[in-house]
Design a protein around this ligand. Structure first.
Ligand SMILES: [Zn+2]
Length: 346
C-alpha cells in the first residue's frame, strides 16, 4: 500500500511553541520505518497544483493575500495561525501531497498520505489551515473528468468549517463529519441542522458528539448515519481525513477515543464501498499518541490488525459512561430525523 511522503511538507511549520510543527511528518515516517510497517513510501507525484486548480476552490484575492503574507514573513492569518516566511510554498507542498494521494488512489484504488487543512475556506484561513488541500484534490479529480461524485469523510476531532462552506451548495460533493460538540471547541460550527443549501441541501452531514465520546459513540454515528448515507450516495471517490486528535490523551480536544477506536475508523473506511479511496492524516497534538494513532488508522484502512498497547495507555481510557452514550444517542437520533428527509436511513 502506498504512503505518499515528500520531505518538503515538513516546511509546513508554525514555529517553536506552536502546537502544529512540521516535524510530525518525518517523525511518523521514521516511526513506521523503524517498525518495518508494510507501507511503500513514495514522493509527490505529477505536477504541483496549478493556479486553476487553486482557483477552483479559493478566490484570487485570498490566494494573493497568502502569497503576500508569505513573502512578508510576519503577521497573523487568524488568532491561532501566525504567518511564517515561505508559508505559500509550504501550503503548496501540502496541496501537492493530497493531489498525489488522490492520483495514486485513482490508479490503484486506495492510497494514503498527509493533508487535511479543513478549516481553510474560499476566502479565509485559520485553525492552522491556509489552503484547503482536500477541496482542491476533490475538485481536481472532478475537473479532470476522472470522477463525478466525491464523498469527504472528516473524522478529525474538529469540524471542517472550510470544507463545509466550500461545498455547502454543491450536490456533487458530500461532506460528512463526526466531531466534538462545536459549542465546546474551535471552530464553533458543525451542528446537525447545518445540512447544506440550494441544490446542496442534504449533502452536508454533521454529527457533533459530546465531550468524552469514544468508540461506542463513534460506532453509533458511523453505523447509523455515516455508512448508510455514504453508501446511498455511492461516490466515485472517497476522501477520508483526520488524525489522532479524537484520542483521549490529545491536549487540544476532549473526546474519548482510543487507539483501537481509531483503528476501527480506518477499518470502516476500508469497508466502505467506493471505486477510489484516499486517507489523509494531519492532526494530533500529543507526539507519541500521534504516531500510534496515525498508524492505527492506516492499519485499519489496510485491513491489518493491531496488537500493541504503547505507553500502557489502551486500558486507561476514561469510561465512556451511560451519560455520554445517552447524549450521543440524542445527537445521532436528531441527525437521523433531520437527514431522513434526504436519505434512506432508519
Ligand atoms: Zn483537529
Amino acid at each position: 500500500m502506498k504512503l505518499i511522503y515528500d520531505p518538503s511538507i515538513s516546511t509546513y511549520d508554525f514555529g517553536p511553541g506552536h502546537p502544529f510543527r512540521g516535524d510530525r511528518f518525518p517523525l511518523f515516517i521514521e516511526f513506521i520505518r523503524r517498525r518495518e510497517e508494510p507501507f511503500e513510501i513514495v514522493g509527490h507525484l505529477g505536477d504541483p497544483p496549478s493556479l486553476e486548480d487553486l482557483l477552483a476552490v479559493h478566490s484570487s484575492e485570498y490566494l494573493n493575500f497568502i502569497k503576500r503574507k508569505s513573502n512578508m514573513g510576519y503577521g497573523m492569518i487568524s488568532m491561532d495561525t501566525p504567518v511564517f516566511r515561505g508559508m505559500w510554498e509550504a501550503a503548496m507542498s501540502l496541496v501537492h501531497s493530497s493531489l498525489s494521494v488522490v492520483r495514486v488512489a485513482l490508479e490503484e484504488g486506495l492510497a494514503f498520505g498527509f493533508g487535511g487543512a479543513h478549516h481553510a475556506g474560499i476566502n479565509y484561513g485559520g485553525g492552522f489551515c491556509l489552503i484547503n488541500d482536500i477541496a482542491v484534490a476533490a475538485r481536481w479529480a472532478q475537473r479532470r473528468g476522472k470522477v463525478e461524485s466525491v464523498a469527504i469523510f472528516d473524522h478529525d476531532a474538529h469540524h471542517g468549517n472550510g470544507t463545509m462552506d466550500i461545498f455547502y451548495e454543491d450536490d456533487s460533493v458530500l461532506y460528512i463529519s463526526i466531531h466534538q460538540d462545536p459549542t465546546t471547541i474551535y471552530p464553533g460550527v458543525g451542528f446537525v441542522r447545518q445540512v447544506g443549501k440550494g441544490k446542496g441541501e442534504g449533502f452536508t452531514v454533521n454529527i457533533p458528539l459530546p465531550l468524552g465520546a469514544g468508540p461506542k459513540s463513534y460506532q453509533m454515528a458511523f453505523e447509523e448515519v455515516v455508512k448508510p448515507i455514504i453508501e446511498s450516495f455511492s461516490p466515485d471517490l472517497l476522501i477520508a481525513h483526520g488524525g489522532s486528535d479524537p484520542h483521549f490523551l490529545d491536549p487540544l480536544t476532549q473526546l474519548g477515543q482510543t487507539l483501537s477506536g481509531l483503528w476501527s475508523i480506518g477499518k470502516w473506511i476500508f469497508e466502505l464501498k467506493a471505486r477510489f479511496k484516499a486517507e489523509l492524516l494531519i492532526s494530533g497534538y500529543h507526539p507519541e499518541v500521534r504516531n500510534w494513532g496515525w498508524l492505527s488508522i492506516l492499519r485499519g484502512c489496510s485491513d491489518l490488525e493491531i496488537d500493541y498497547n504503547p505507553l500502557d495507555i489502551e486500558g486507561k481510557a476514561p469510561v465512556e459512561d451511560e451519560n455520554v452514550i445517552r447524549r450521543s444517542r440524542l445527537v445521532v437520533d436528531d441527525a437521523k430525523e433531520i437527514l431522513s428527509r434526504y436519505w434512506k436511513i432508519s
